[in-house]
Design a protein around this ligand. Structure first.
Ligand SMILES: Cc1cc2nc3c(=O)[nH]c(=O)nc-3n(C[C@H](O)[C@H](O)[C@H](O)COP(=O)(O)OP(=O)(O)OC[C@H]3O[C@@H](n4cnc5c(N)ncnc54)[C@H](O)[C@@H]3O)c2cc1C
Length: 398
């Protein structure tokens, strides 16, 4: 039996940054158990790679605080480690006049969160992002940046090992015995002093085994992307986002340019048939599907989190024509032939609060017996990760 003071389940960005924080503070021995053979097989390696500035989030919320400080720390980490990253900026554009008050609200939020933004008119937008379109005004965020997410995971793993930590691959945690503080994988048994559950899409299942967070259930939402042809006349300097629905944790289909200059459209936000249902009918979760559809149906009927509008817009995006119409609202320069199929897809681990009947919007960390459970680490958790890890580890020691 292997014994560690701290056992982290999940080697995504959250698990790795928590392990690094523990190792940096010299709190004791630390190991990360990762079920896959390599890093970045799930959300942390399949995201848009955007270092969000912190515009959207309710002032005072964990997301607002940790995104702003996390973005700065992630930028500094990328500089220090010489990882591919670039501060290319972003514009948030409106597609209808009725969205202008929401844009004003975003400006107020950004200022309250201490984020640098500027309201520009259509002429101003054309100088910043010539191929973007807005109706009236747009919000410009010069500090939004992009990074290569997998390079961050690799650098973190190297740092953990250099500080004496351990990363165990192909170690899927099957059972946790909270009383004896034992974790069983298919190969080994581990004893722990404190367990950190950072299992992403599986975090609720693990927590429930330990009697924690029973009111939360993760609903998987698929985010599929398309690519813009490099031959398209539509060229972008930075990122172009629509005004989001403030009730939803999703930002809508946007235009992102990665650190290598590739331009992507997406992600969508459609309910997935399983937690790892990345392709077609693979890995359908037949056991969970009926309950998941029940919760989704409930949100649709009661229009919780503006879910009715989400369903309507997602259905429209399902057809090539609908997707194109959505993208054209952001940039009239994109032509149908510029939109290429692409296999990039990620799945968001979005918790649903069964007691409140709503999606959980803020980061959620719950304590259990000798354990800490990260039950909501959706976007911008990648951006926030270094600050989120500090918050989580301070919660363990405090
Ligand atoms: C499409 C999409 C786009 C996004 N874009 C952005 C963005 O631009 N900027 C941003 O800041 N955020 C973005 N996000 C959010 C961000 O990617 C996630 O919030 C973050 O990656 C979550 O990290 P995690 O470590 O919690 O989860 P994961 O990356 O899913 O890591 C969890 C790990 O746990 C492992 N695991 C699960 N169960 C077990 C088990 N039983 N035993 C052992 N290991 C286990 C999994 O294999 C996995 O590696 C995006 C997310 C998606 C899906």
């Amino acid at each position: 039996m292997k014994n560690y003071d701290f056992l982290i389940v999940g080697g995504g960005i959250v698990g790795l940054t928590v392990a690094l924080e523990i190792a940096r503070r010299h709190m004791g021995s630390v190991a990360v158990l990762e079920k896959e053979a390599t890093l970045g097989m799930h959300a942390s390696g399949r995201n848009s790679g955007v270092i969000h500035a912190g515009i959207y989030y309710t002032p005072g919320s964990l997301k607002a605080r940790l995104c702003v400080s996390g973005a700065r720390r992630l930028w500094d980490y990328a500089e220090e480690k010489k990882l591919p990253h670039s501060r290319i900026g972003k514009v948030i554009v409106t597609t209808r006049e009725e969205q202008l008050p929401v844009l004003e609200d975003l400006l107020t939020r950004a200022k309250a969160n201490d984020v640098r933004v500027e309201m520009v008119d259509e002429k101003g937008l054309s100088t910043i992002e010539p191929h973007a379109r807005t109706v009236g005004n747009a919000l410009y965020s010069p500090d939004t940046a992009v990074i290569d997410p997998k390079s961050v995971l690799t650098a973190l793993a190297d740092d953990i090992v250099a500080l004496g930590g351990t990363i165990v691959f192909c170690a899927k945690v099957r059972r946790v015995c909270a009383e004896k503080r034992l974790v069983t994988t298919h190969r080994d048994v581990f004893q722990y002093g404190h367990l950190v559950n950072a299992a992403g899409l599986e975090a609720d299942r693990l927590a429930h085994q330990m009697g924690v967070g029973l009111r939360y259930r993760i609903l998987p939402f698929k985010g599929a992307y398309k690519k813009v042809s490099p031959d398209s006349p539509a060229q972008f300097r930075g990122l172009v986002y629509p005004v989001p629905d403030p009730e939803l944790p999703f930002l809508g289909v946007h235009i992102t340019k990665n650190v290598y200059g590739e331009v992507f459209l997406g992600p969508t936000a459609t309910p997935a048939l399983g937690r790892e249902n990345y392709e077609g009918f693979s890995k359908i979760d037949f056991c969970r599907l009926p309950a998941n559809f029940w919760y989704l149906g409930y949100m649709f009927v009661t229009n919780r989190n503006g879910f009715f509008n989400l369903v309507r817009s997602e259905i429209a995006k399902y057809s090539a024509r609908g997707f194109f119409d959505e993208v054209r609202k952001l940039s009239p320069a994109i032509r149908p032939q510029d939109i290429l199929a692409c296999d990039k897809v990620g799945i968001r681990a979005q918790p649903f609060d069964c007691s409140a009947g709503r999606l959980v919007m803020d980061f959620l960390v719950e304590k259990g017996p000798s354990s800490t459970h990260i039950l909501n680490a959706v976007s911008p958790a990648f951006t926030s990760s270094l600050a989120l890890a500090e918050h989580i580890v301070s919660g363990i020691t405090g």
